[in-house]
Write a protein that binds this ligand. Structure first.
Ligand SMILES: [Zn+2]
Length: 125
């Protein structure tokens, strides 16, 4: 059984914990106790890949209080595997360079005690 705490603990260690259904193969991120596709409770843990592509994004101009003073900043929905999407703060990219399809890599920063998932553009060698 996966919990939000498992997901946060994994984030704090720098990886993305997902669950994968043993019956139908669907992947959930963050992990779920029950497969939303087929209802099975037979799930295994999976480390999600850290690279993906921006599927959508928005620029935040009026942030929640804990992010006050950091606006404007971008939040992206990133597709890590087919159909597996997660949202995270974008770092190291200007609004002008941010676009759908941009290749990004996940990183975890600390916000106080809280691990925060963020993404940076993938650097080409
Ligand atoms: Zn399933």
């Amino acid at each position: 059984m996966f919990t939000v705490k498992d997901y946060r603990d994994a984030l704090a260690e720098g990886y993305l914990l997902a669950s994968k259904c043993r019956r139908c193969g669907a992947v959930q991120l963050p992990p779920r106790p029950i497969c939303p596709r087929c209802g099975s409770g037979d799930l295994e843990s999976l480390k999600a890949p850290k690279r993906g592509r921006v599927a959508a994004y928005t620029v935040i101009h009026v942030p929640p209080s804990r992010f006050k003073g950091e606006e404007p900043y971008a939040v992206a929905i990133v597709e890590l595997l087919e159909g597996v999407r997660v949202s995270g703060r974008m770092l190291d990219v200007s609004e002008a360079d941010l676009r759908v399809g941009l290749e990004v890599e996940a990183d975890v920063i600390k916000l106080g005690e809280e691990p925060l998932l963020c993404f940076r553009p993938l650097k080409r060698p």
